[in-house]
Design a protein around this ligand. Structure first.
Ligand SMILES: [Zn+2]
Ligand SMILES: [Zn+2]
Length: 145
C-alpha cells in the first residue's frame, strides 16, 4: 500500500494527508459510529498521530465522553459536516481517518469488525474476518492482520 494517502470532506474545504502505513484497519459498529455514518458501520484506518496532517481548511473538533470515561474526539468540516478524523483521549498517539473520505478508498482492507455487540440486525459484519464484541486493544487488532 502507498505510504502517502490523501483525502477530503464532501465539499473539499478540509483536506488531509497521511504519510504512514496503517497500523490497523477495520469497521466499527458502535452506536456512535452508526449516528455519525447515518446508519452503517464506520470503516476506519488508524495511523500514528503525527502522520496525519490537515493540509487545507480548519475542521471543528467535537469531543464525546464514552462509557469507558475516555473522550472520543471527532474532527469534521464546519461547512458540509463530514467527519474525517477521530482519536481517543486514552490513546492520543493514534488518529483514525474515515475510509470514505479518502481520495482512493479502494486501498482499504478491513482486518476485522468492532463493537459487533451493538450491530443492528440488518448489519452484516464480514463473516470471513474476526468479530470483536467491543473494542479490543490495538495490539490485539494488529495481531489479526
Ligand atoms: Zn466540507
Ligand atoms: Zn464506533
Amino acid at each position: 500500500m502507498s505510504e502517502v494517502l490523501e483525502g477530503e470532506c464532501l465539499c473539499g474545504a478540509i483536506k488531509y494527508r497521511v504519510e504512514a502505513a496503517p497500523i490497523v484497519s477495520g469497521a466499527c459498529y458502535c452506536g456512535d459510529c452508526q449516528k455519525t455514518s447515518g446508519g452503517a458501520e464506520a470503516h476506519g484506518m488508524m495511523f500514528p498521530a503525527p502522520a496525519v496532517t490537515i493540509v487545507d481548511g480548519e475542521p471543528k473538533t467535537f469531543g464525546l465522553t464514552v462509557d469507558s470515561g475516555n473522550v472520543v474526539f471527532r474532527q469534521f468540516c464546519p461547512d458540509c459536516g463530514v467527519h474525517v478524523i477521530s482519536w481517543n483521549s486514552a490513546a492520543p498517539e493514534y488518529k483514525a481517518i474515515k475510509v470514505g473520505t479518502l481520495n482512493d478508498p479502494s486501498v482499504y482492507r478491513s482486518q476485522g469488525s468492532l463493537w459487533v455487540s451493538s450491530a443492528q440486525p440488518w448489519h452484516r459484519p464480514d463473516p470471513d474476518l474476526p468479530q470483536h464484541p467491543k473494542m479490543p486493544c490495538v495490539a490485539d487488532l494488529s495481531a489479526t492482520g
